[in-house]
Design a protein around this ligand. Sequence first.
Ligand code: 13P
Length: 281
Amino acid sequence: MALVNMTEMLEKAEKGNYAVGSFSVLNMEMILGTVKAAEELKAPIILQIAEGRLGYAPLALMAPMMLSAARAASVPVAVHLDHGLRVPTIQYALDLGFTSVMFDGSKVTLQENIETTQKIIQLARKYGASAEAEIGKVGGSEDGSEDLELMATPVEDAKRFYEETKVDALAVAIGNAHGVYKSAPQLQFDRLAKLDEVVGTALVLHGGSGITVEDFRKCIDLGIRKINVMTAALNRIADETKILAKEKPGFNYFDYTQCAVNAVYQNTKEHILAFRSENRA
Ligand code: 13P
């Protein structure tokens, strides 16, 4: 099992009509909780960290932990750089052994996005790694620093982008947003169906926190093969810690770390079941 290539994992998800959860991790406790849930449910997973988070959780420290956890796991685990913004960061993640990298070109022109993605794919190939890109703009921003207006992915742009890059996985904007949804998300399923027709690779849904199980399943039936989740895990840790503080006011550090591991474990399990990826290892 252990450390695997993301493309192979997503190809299996395509055949089995499920999605692989791509869970953001920011420390050891989050890694432990995520892997424990995946092992218990026999699910393939992706452990990811975004460039915007590296100020809190440096890649030089996170990478060895993520990779060791993947190698020791009894289920397939890919290790992914989420929302790579700068080529040197992407290169560094590949040097450290990440099995896939994302280039986030949502803020540049389509032409620039295509050209940089082509370069990133060439770079990733040298390491036997996979590449993900993004077309359109998923709302919010991964690190919560901006309230980016959502720009739904134009189908024609996605077609051109796929034909010119043949990227391994493509994140699309269909009404999804990072962070907490201000109102219930209205996902554009018609757009997703058209995107799936013209893009011959795995489609990725960012902003997984706050989407209903029913909507996840509809997205999966329309071609989503990778779903990113972070905010739900962070909120679950905060909520469970508040309960711990109330129930055990004198709690110690280890009570807290166990509480964090358990919160992430519960959240990951719920998402794996929603994505129909249990028993697929
Ligand atoms: P959420 O924080 O909304 O779950 O989004 C995570 C994500 O898409 C990371 O790329």
